[in-house]
Design a protein around this ligand. Sequence first.
Ligand code: HEC
Length: 136
Amino acid sequence: MPGISRGVIIRFTGVWTALLLFSSSLHGAEMPSEADPMAFSKAAAVVGKSHYLINCQQCHDADGRALANIDYIAADLTAPGSWYYGSSALHIFSSIKFGAGLEMPPFKAELSDEVIWQIVAHVLNIGPQASRPQQK
Ligand code: HEC
């Protein structure tokens, strides 16, 4: 190949591979691969409720139904069947940590993973009976 030597191409590929590995490991460190047991704990849900009232109430209302808020059309957190971004514990974690859609803000700078899992437990706890936390 005239102009570009093989060495340059190989070096280029190496940089890209390193960048890809680096960015995926960064994301991996932020996004857990499975739900924390806290998400299914009644005790965590109780603590999560107080964090919820501080951080989420202004848009989703105290009861999670987002009926009173007129500034944002926030999701009804008691009706996961109507959601867009998934309703598993891991999905809820991701929506809180990284945001969802254009108006749901990410909380990764404000809340620790532990607090986010506690809020996930609370959100599950105000949803359908079948998905409420069952463990102590
Ligand atoms: C500034 C207002 C605002 C705050 C604060 C806020 N949300 Fe939201 N949230 C929204 C809006 C608006 C949406 C809908 C986004 C969309 O559908 O595009 C949303 C969506 C969501 C979703 C995704 C629903 C779906 O369709 O999958 C979850 C889960 C959620 N919020 C939970 C929370 C929790 C828990 C908190 C507190 C940690 C919180 N939100 C704080 C406005 C907010």
